[in-house]
Design a protein around this ligand. Sequence first.
Ligand code: PGA
Length: 243
Amino acid sequence: MKIVIKKDYVELSKFAALEVKNIVEDNPNCTLGLATGSTPLGLYKELIKLYNLGEINFSSVTTFNLDEYRGLNEEDEQSYKYFMNDNLFNHINIDKNNTFIPNGIAEDVERECENYEKLIGEKGGIDLQVLGIGMNGHIGFNEPNQELYLNTHLETLTEETLNSNSIFFTNKEKMPTEALTMGIGSIMKAKKIILLISGKNKAEVVKKLVSGKITTDFPASILQVHNDCTVILDEEAAALLNK
Ligand code: PGA
């Protein structure tokens, strides 16, 4: 696992955007794995800037998002489909037919998960996966547990995740308690991974991430064995690392 430390969130986001730009430049037909949450918002802003400057072309790019809340459809402002359209896809020249997110309202969830996993394979796998990390070490919505799932599946969200994400919901009663998420195997199969971590409240999380141990209690710890994973930190998130 390679670690890159940038001065602040803006620099972190710019660095991540250049990583994406390089992948798209090398292979205009590439497949990107994308994430939601507050951390990648800066990256998406930078990508829109690069697009407006004519420095990146998404016309042949395919994307797969990590996860979607169970029960929310794409018109719901809290759905990740809406988030991606609003924060990225509506502002760049991507063909929306090539942007995939698990269907949160699928009647047959098991089938939806199987199809999603299959589709990633059919598109040749993910060239670059963008990740954030939860306070409990989750990646996607793979929550700490005794066992982790390899493939896309339905996950019950932990109390900690529900609390962290409730800031996005004005009506907390309506917050879904389950999500469809790519599995640990789906993520680990990505050819390259960038994990973005920002802010002093994530400093402890970073310390655990590089602990040298792998445990299902901290799902992101598996990234330590990926052969092309770069963790991009700002100085605040890196505060507890030994220099
Ligand atoms: P955040 O979420 O970027 O909003 O901190 C990350 C995550 O929960 O994966």
